[in-house]
Unconditional design. Structure first.
Length: 408
């Protein structure tokens, strides 16, 4: 393409993709990574389970996921796809015919997403370890969905602080509803949601629930992660009204670190505890699949089935939203740091953006990450909360303490 008669180079990106099936066919998942071809920086990554499928279907699904990320995030880029599947590379390059009926629609979708000059390169399996890891994490129930990396922009280290310090304004639709109200009804209550740092269960990819769980504390790495986040948020200390934590050990330990840096006391809100996993607690995804296969199959993708006899997503949603209302009532118009877990934070995000609860299956949340939502009062009686999400899954840039934690 050209600008004012001058030739402009297209951005070049690399898609690394993989997929796997434990059983072939069996439980399957894919992994896909979108990288800048020049710097190697990760733009986005996706690891998602796809149910029961073959290896080939999973590999094509990873390719499609990578091409979809490229189409959405860098639509004008030149793409090189790297796969360790000789079959997919040769078929997408047009050198091998596609004979299996399951592959035909998948190859057609990949072709639709790929620019005409997309190239396909076979790489040895050891050179495709990033995508392979994402697929295995999805199979183990550790992650699901797309995570954005830093390759879209180069923000200054304090960009999050600048964003949080800027005054929040209600969306236009909410402003229209609140005309003529007193100022207090349109002042937002802002929740700075922080996930706890890693524990030994995180590192070992084990189910780790709420108060009824084995309740491990933070590891040394987890404490370092939370302290880095606390120091990142330190410039906001004067604006923070309170630090509120789930009563679970790992969140209380995280909250104590944050509260020390911010100069606040810790308040406890039981509604923000993690989902209870019942008899699955402390087990890996693979162990649960081996011991409780029927129960796991019923739970995967369900909102109403209780995990291991513990809690369902619907049950967690109800108590999380009850806890939210208590915090909004106690800290109206203030900024509150809330230290919680994966499921409650994703539930709050889904609620804030008015998305169906099913959207929690499509979110990824890193340890010690920061998510920000502002709640405004809506409705003519001034009691109905409306929300705006300002930030999701942000981490302090350039901090080595997050090097391994980002993977979970």
């Amino acid at each position: 393409m050209s600008v004012d008669g001058l030739e402009q180079d297209r951005r070049r990106v690399v898609v690394e993709a993989d997929g796997g099936s434990r059983g072939n066919p069996g439980p399957a998942a894919y992994g896909a990574v979108l990288k800048d071809a020049v710097t190697g920086e990760v733009i986005a990554e996706d690891g998602t389970a796809i149910g029961v499928a073959t290896n080939n279907v999973a590999e094509y699904s990873g390719l499609i996921a990578g091409l979809r990320m490229a189409a959405e995030l860098v639509p004008d880029a030149e793409i090189e796809v790297r796969l360790d599947s000789k079959l997919v590379v040769e078929q997408m390059s047009g050198r091998w015919k596609i004979k299996h009926p399951d592959m035909v629609p998948l190859a057609a979708e990949a072709t639709r997403l790929a620019p005409p000059d997309t190239t396909y390169t076979w790489v040895p399996r050891e050179q495709n370890s990033h995508a392979d890891r994402l697929a295995n994490e999805a199979l183990d129930g550790i992650r699901s969905g797309v995570t954005l990396g830093g390759g879209l922009s180069d923000p200054e280290p304090d960009s999050l602080i600048e964003e949080l310090e800027s005054p929040a304004e209600a969306p236009a639709s909410i402003q229209a509803q609140t005309r003529g109200w007193s100022a207090s009804t349109s002042t937002p209550t802002t929740l700075v949601l922080v996930r706890h740092g890693v524990t030994v269960h995180t590192a070992e990819k084990r189910f780790s629930g709420g108060l009824a769980s084995a309740n491990p504390g933070l590891s040394d790495e987890g404490r370092a992660q939370v302290r880095a986040t606390a120091e990142w948020l330190a410039p906001l200390a004067e604006r923070v009204d309170a630090v509120v934590a789930s009563p679970v050990r790992r969140t209380l330990e995280s909250a104590e670190i944050l509260a020390e840096v911010l100069g606040k006391a810790v308040e406890v809100e039981p509604g923000f505890a993690e989902m209870e996993f019942g008899r699955w607690d402390g087990l890996t995804f693979t162990e649960v699949a081996e011991r409780f296969k029927d129960d796991l199959d019923a739970w995967l993708g369900s909102l109403d089935v209780a995990a291991g006899g513990g809690e369902s997503f619907r049950t967690v949603e109800q108590r999380v939203l009850e806890g939210l209302q208590r915090v909004l009532d106690a800290h109206a118009g203030k900024t509150v740091v809330v230290v919680s877990h994966v499921t409650p934070i994703k539930t709050l995000v889904a609620h804030a953006v008015d998305a169906p609860l099913e959207s929690v299956f499509r979110m990824e949340l890193s340890p010690a990450s920061v998510t920000v939502v502002s709640f405004f009062l809506g409705g003519r009686d001034g009691t109905e909360p409306r929300a705006s999400m300002r930030m999701y899954n942000a981490l302090p840039p350039g901090n080595d303490a997050f090097a391994s934690g980002v993977r979970w």
